[in-house]
Design a protein around this ligand. Structure first.
Ligand code: NAD
Ligand code: MG
Length: 398
């Protein structure tokens, strides 16, 4: 196996750290070239020193001096880059074979696209970039021969259940449905009225997964599953009506593919992101991820429920945005980011998250996606509109 040189965008986050955990188990296979973070200078410097990164990038350019100082304290001689330009440079480093896109939110779009444009092996966790710019993203991957491997656990499971995909495109009539599983989040069995006053801490306490705060709130509203429906549409070329969300509270089956002949293939495993990360890092080989064996005898049951679109309107809005097309998914994503940030900040009640998204989707006109500028413009307009709706919601609640 040739040595794979890896850069991680968003190294200090939950996915970034899980990736470094897998990489550190295989010093004979992987070398860390570059690590990035938004503002966490101390953590970034520690990770650079521990994993021998030769480049470090801090997105908040005002923290360059602080990063240089921390790197020196930790004994790292990594070259320091900063800001958006720094992230773009890291994504395109000639000495990198594989880029892990693990920044959260829209901030990940441009660096992720830059890696695709350079034909890198691209491990995609940053689902928001695909939701925002699906057609452009996939076209960039095709045009520049990038190797796109999903590490979102569901999409990684689907990828593993679709051997045909490995040989190129899957003929559309071969697949009947994608069964996209989700735990239902911490509020799966709560009545909507009981969600009025939930706190960010309650929303972030996911029953099965430990994740960053934004995706944790997305899981609580089920918008995460909505974003994943859009992600699956672009990754696997399936129509919205072919994607069935299945609530599966145990998070053991990570998704399934149903074929034309009635066969259903599933991928199972403990809920640990190191499994999909290791699968993609080593693909087509298999390596130890540090994940214990699945204890089938210790499990009581695997259960399945239909999703509830009334209690979780985010899921319905995501299907609607996908069917509307154009910049509607971009608007959905931007409004969600604004609403979730306001909720985490204590400025917006939990149940208003979907109100903000709904009103923004209805008010910001949908345009065609011809270029990345169209996407960025729709993102800006949606953010500005959603911020106004957040402001109005505050006065309504007060
Ligand atoms: P996180 O909040 O734990 O980490 C985010 C990382 O991105 C950090 O390194 C942070 O410094 C960096 N970052 C944040 N804002 C930035 C900005 N404006 N500019 C540059 N860097 C920035 O998030 P996470 O849970 O690791 O999730 C990362 C991505 O992976 C998200 O898109 C999420 O949807 C996806 N994902 C996560 C999980 C999971 O289990 N955590 C599972 C599937 C998909
Ligand atoms: Mg997922």
């Amino acid at each position: 196996m040739p040595m794979q040189r890896v850069s991680i965008l968003g190294a200090t986050g939950s996915i970034g750290r899980s990736t470094l955990d897998v990489i550190a188990r295989h010093p004979d296979r992987f070398r860390v070239v570059a690590l990035t973070a938004e503002r966490q200078v101390d953590q970034l410097a520690q990770l650079c020193a521990k994993h021998g990164a030769v480049n470090a990038c801090i997105a908040d350019a005002s923290l360059v001096n602080a990063l240089e100082q921390r790197l020196a304290e930790h004994g790292s001689t990594a070259k320091v880059l900063s800001g958006k330009d720094g992230l773009l440079q890291i994504a395109g480093l000639a000495e990198t074979d594989c880029v892990v896109a693990a920044i959260v939110g829209a901030a990940g779009l441009e660096p992720t696209l830059a890696a695709a444009r350079l034909g890198k092996k691209l491990l995609l966790a940053n689902k928001e970039s695909l939701v925002m710019a699906g057609p452009i993203f996939m076209e960039t991957v095709r045009k520049h021969g990038a190797m796109l491997l999903p590490i979102d656990s569901e999409h990684n499971a689907i990828f593993q259940c679709m051997p045909e995909l490995h040989a190129g495109e899957v003929p559309p009539d071969r697949i009947r449905r994608i069964l996209l599983t989700g735990s239902g989040g911490p509020f799966r069995s709560r009545a909507r009225a009981d969600l009025r006053s939930v706190s960010p801490e309650e929303a972030c306490a996911h029953p099965n997964w430990v994740m960053g705060r934004k995706i944790s709130v997305d899981s609580a509203t089920m918008m995460n599953k909505g974003l994943e429906v859009i992600e699956a549409h672009w990754l696997f070329g399936v129509r919205p009506e072919q994607i069935q969300v299945v609530v599966h509270p145990q998070s053991v089956i990570h998704s399934m593919v149903e074929y034309a002949d009635g066969s259903v293939l599933a991928q199972l495993g403990n809920p640990d992101m190191r499994t999909p990360i290791a699968q993609a890092l080593a693909y087509p080989d298999r390596i130890d991820a540090g994940v214990p064996s699945l204890d089938l005898f210790g499990m009581s049951a695997l259960t399945f429920e239909e999703p509830n679109f009334e209690r979780f309107p985010g899921l319905r809005l995501a299907y609607e945005a996908l069917r509307t097309g154009g910049t509607a998914p971009t608007v959905l994503n931007a409004a969600n980011e604004i609403a979730v940030a306001a909720f985490l900040d204590g400025r917006l009640p939990f149940l208003y998250i979907s109100t903000v998204i709904d009103e923004t989707l209805q008010s910001v006109p949908r345009t065609a996606v011809g270029s990345i500028e169209d996407v960025l413009e729709a993102d800006r307009r949606a953010r500005s509109y959603a911020a106004q709706v957040v402001g109005r919601s505050q006065s309504r609640v007060a």
